[in-house]
Design a protein around this ligand. Structure first.
Ligand code: NAD
Ligand code: IPM
Ligand code: MN
Length: 355
């Protein structure tokens, strides 16, 4: 039995998450994995009604009671300061010390890549993973403001980097490369400008790389990498980077494989319950229109299955999404004309029927 805490959240979250849940239930039943869901109400509605974001004690309970967390998205125009979203999302990432934010970028159908064909005519194979540091960097909320709202305002957000924190994410990227037979690890930083913080990243990267002499390694500045990602995406296999750069690069990279509607993520700390969520947010511009792409949520559920010991369930989910794309069954963001419900039903029926 795998106990999954389900947090649909806001906006399109509650529209796409039921598809992911159903996909897990069907593929689980086929593979003798029993998924048991506990749905939690945390999000903007609950916050506006009760003032509660992530209730005291819930982290401790989840650590004991859940094997994984599946989250939709958080963010609502009625909470312009985003305080509930930060409390819940960062509460889970930081509170459970989920230091690895693993974001695969895999092209599941050639038609989804917006780049023009390669000059040599070879079909593009885009298959990389971004290892985003997930518990420190610019996200630690250390800082403050002074003389707020006046022309003399000073605003500070510190960028915190620790030897331990950098080392564990860099090591996770290398270990993943070895386990998955990936030949290259690229570290992305801005050491030419942020000499202290990213000087540390460079030293740690060299130290860890020395333990893996059989892997190709390289360091690239974030500005150049952002450009090369578009020009030669095939070059990259594993990219390891800081919290903020990983956030930005993963949205950019998602555009290479069909957009945010197809980008999944896993927040991990080996040995603890992980949290799985689409890379996209609550998409208030399309929420309620029935057009949200459920594929990122289904692919996030596939990551959940993979990381809770059910690779066949993961393969069934990913295979069904790829099959939908091959058949042209997709929402408008991915070039189709289907609704969330139509695409979701197709994917679930495909899982039920088998390939
Ligand atoms: P967003 O990811 O919600 O949307 C960006 C664009 O992508 C929009 O045009 C949207 O329509 C489109 N898009 C996103 N998901 C889609 C899907 N499944 N199908 C089709 N199109 C999709 O980013 P944003 O607009 O910058 O943020 C909206 C809110 O979500 C904000 O409050 C933000 O803080 C929050 N957010 C939350 C998370 C999270 O909970 N993990 C992630 C990102 C943003
Ligand atoms: C993501 C999101 C969040 C982040 C936001 C909502 C704070 O963009 O998960 O990528 O920056 O981590
Ligand atoms: Mn983001």
């Amino acid at each position: 039995m795998i106990r999954v805490a389900l947090l649909p959240g806001d906006g399109v979250g509650p529209e796409v998450l039921p598809v992911a849940r159903r996909a897990l239930e069907i593929a689980g039943a086929d593979n003798h994995v029993d998924y048991v869901f506990e749905e939690l109400p945390w999000g903007a509605d609950h916050f506006l009604a009760t003032g509660e974001t992530l209730p005291e004690g819930e982290l401790r309970r989840l650590r004991g009671d859940a094997d994984a967390i599946l989250l939709g998205a958080l963010g609502d125009p009625r909470v312009p300061g985003n305080e509930h979203a930060r409390d819940i999302l960062f509460g889970l990432r930081f509170g459970l010390d989920l230091y690895i934010n693993l974001r695969p970028i895999k092209l599941l159908h050639p038609g989804l890549c917006p780049l023009k064909p390669r000059p040599d005519g070879i079909e593009r194979v885009i298959d990389m993973v971004v290892f985003r540091e997930n518990t420190e960097g610019a996200y630690v909320n250390i800082g403050g403001s002074f003389k707020r709202g006046t022309p003399d305002e000073v605003a500070i957000n510190e960028d915190l980097n620790t030897y331990k924190g950098v080392k564990r994410i860099v090591r996770a990227a290398f270990e993943y490369a070895v386990e998955r037979g990936r030949h290259r690890v690229t570290m992305c930083d801005k050491a030419n400008a942020l000499a202290y913080a990213h000087g540390l990243w460079r030293r740690v990267f060299a130290e860890v790389a020395a333990e893996f002499p059989f892997l190709k390694t390289e360091v690239e500045y974030v500005d150049a990498l952002a450009m090369k990602l578009v020009r030669h995406p095939e070059h990259y296999a594993v990219i390891v980077t800081s919290n903020l750069f990983g956030d930005i690069l993963s949205d950019e990279a998602s555009a290479l494989i069909g957009g945010l509607g197809l980008a999944a993520s896993a927040n991990l700390h080996p040995g603890r319950p992980g949290m799985f969520e689409p890379v996209h947010g609550s998409a208030p511009d399309i929420a309620g229109s029935g057009t949200a792409n459920p594929m990122a949520a289904v692919l996030s559920a596939a990551l959940l299955a993979e990381h809770t010991g059910a690779p066949r369930v993961a393969a069934a989910l990913e295979g069904a999404v790829a099959a939908a794309l091959a058949e042209g069954v997709a929402t408008p963001d991915a070039g189709g004309a289907g609704s969330t419900a139509e695409v979701g039903d197709w994917i679930c029926e495909r899982i039920e029927r088998g390939p």
